[in-house]
Ligand binder design. Structure first.
Ligand code: CU
Length: 135
């Protein structure tokens, strides 16, 4: 039984080290925060951020996804999310990904997708309001 468990672990481990990265791409957390802040400043439009189609860096933190976005309903985006302070998750379109500091998860969104990102990983008293409207 222990042998079987070892074999299963051995089969799983190289895959995890290789292509498939369940936690997402490793990044320098401070650099990603700085990049997100600069991006938000560059594309600020009133109370929200109105980015051009393409990659959009986002931070998950107690208790928000930041910055607030106003996406163009006719365009597609690649949201790049990193947790800033502790473990969160992002759920949208029936998928959920764990978010941890130092790793970036990409989520593609397109016109007609679900309207809201939400955190499904309990992260404290404000967890239930940790949502972000997209379109
Ligand atoms: Cu949460």
């Amino acid at each position: 039984m222990a042998g079987l468990a070892f074999l299963a672990l051995a089969a799983w481990w190289p895959g995890w080290r290789g292509g498939e990265q369940p936690l997402g791409q490793a990044v320098d957390p401070a650099a990603f925060v700085a990049e997100t802040e600069a991006f938000a400043t560059r594309h600020q439009a009133g109370q929200t951020v109105r980015p051009p189609p393409g990659a959009v860096p986002l931070l998950a933190r107690r208790f928000e996804f930041w910055p607030p976005l106003a996406l163009d309903p006719g365009e597609s985006y690649r949201l790049r999310l990193m947790a800033q302070d502790s473990v969160h998750s992002v759920a949208v379109n029936g998928r959920e990904m764990l978010l941890v500091p130092g790793h970036v998860q990409d989520i593609d969104v397109a016109p007609g997708d679900q309207l809201e990102l939400r955190c499904n990983e309990y992260c404290g008293l404000g967890h239930n309001r940790m949502r972000l409207k997209l379109y």
